[in-house]
Write a protein that binds this ligand. Structure first.
Ligand SMILES: [Mn+2]
Length: 313
């Protein structure tokens, strides 16, 4: 049964950078989401939306990796800023929606959520919706792109400039993460995922068991003290419906599977923060991927396409 979120205050935080990515263009993501009507669509559901505009930070120098990391100083600076902005909104009781930007920004955002949970005595569950596990380290990365490393950094595996953002290393435990939609994992990364027992609902699992069962397991054991964070990498979606990402991987969730995923998260009533990352308008077709992302975020906030009666009647 969907939960009434009307009156809830949310804050949009644009973080327009692609310093962690393998392709340029995710820096245009925040504006594409605004153009697709994110604010208006959330307001139509009764949410009180504060658009904080965009953070500013260093330009993308577009240089090769150094010692296994590309643009480490720039990635660290953007993440420190994202961390502070997300943490400030949580402290003020608002639900932050970080508009990326590439997925390296999950380090700043989720370390802020973890810090907030420590300060308020809450448990944290992170749903990582992505085609990739993002669990690379400098030793195993084939590219040095830090957008492939945020989960590892959050779990304490990475450079001090990134693992230390938020004041506690590791920021989170691998046990708090559920990954959904995974279908592209590098060889060394796969071993590392197994070593640390990440709970992964990959596309094979979803094919065989269905999105419903995957989400039931991913959302099991939440309680009223659990803060639920969703890190939504737009490349989670099948590229047939979502071409506007730099790193498309075929075989992702369909429109209906993605809707069900979002609706089941909404039904828990526990959503406390959200990242929307890796939307790349340079790869998109007439902003359709941004429009789809906004559509799915509406479902995440309780728009039901079903004929079922909700608490709002
Ligand atoms: Mn990702």
């Amino acid at each position: 049964m969907s939960i009434d979120m009307s009156g809830r205050e949310v804050a949009l935080i644009g973080v327009p950078t692609d310093v962690g990515a393998s392709d340029r263009g995710a820096s245009m993501g925040p504006e594409a989401l605004r153009v697709a009507g994110l604010r208006e669509r959330l307001q139509a559901h009764g949410l009180v939306v504060h658009d904080r505009g965009n953070l500013s930070g260093p330009a993308n120098p577009w240089l090769p990796p150094v010692e296994g990391y590309r643009h480490l100083a720039e990635v660290a600076e953007w993440n420190r800023k994202a961390h502070e902005a997300v943490h400030a909104e949580l402290t003020a009781g608002r639900l932050p929606i970080m508009l990326g930007g590439d997925h390296c920004l999950g380090i700043g955002s989720i370390s802020a959520v973890a810090r907030h949970c420590r300060e308020t005595g809450r448990k944290l569950r992170v749903l990582w919706l992505d085609a990739h596990a993002d669990f690379n380290t400098s030793a195993i990365t084939p590219t040095g792109n830090i957008h492939g490393m945020p989960v590892a950094c959050l779990c304490g595996f990475g450079p001090a400039e990134l693992t230390g953002i938020g004041g506690q290393v590791p920021a989170i435990s691998p046990k708090w993460i559920r990954q959904i939609g995974i279908r592209s994992v590098d060889a060394g990364e796969k071993r590392f995922v197994h070593e640390h027992d990440l709970e992964v609902f990959d596309m094979r699992f979803i094919d065989e068991m269905g999105m419903r069962h995957a989400m039931e397991l991913a959302l099991a054991t939440l309680d009223e003290r659990t803060h639920l964070h969703v890190s939504f990498d737009v490349d989670f979606l099948d590229p047939d419906i979502a071409p506007g990402v730099g790193t498309t991987v075929p075989g992702g969730p369909t429109y209906r599977e993605a809707q069900l995923c979002m609706e089941m998260i909404a039904d828990t009533g526990r959503l406390g923060s959200l990242d929307i990352v890796e939307l790349n308008p340079a790869c998109d077709v007439r902003n359709r991927t941004a429009a789809l992302a906004v559509d799915l975020v509406e479902s995440l906030f309780g728009k039901s396409t079903l004929m079922r009666k909700s608490s709002r009647g």
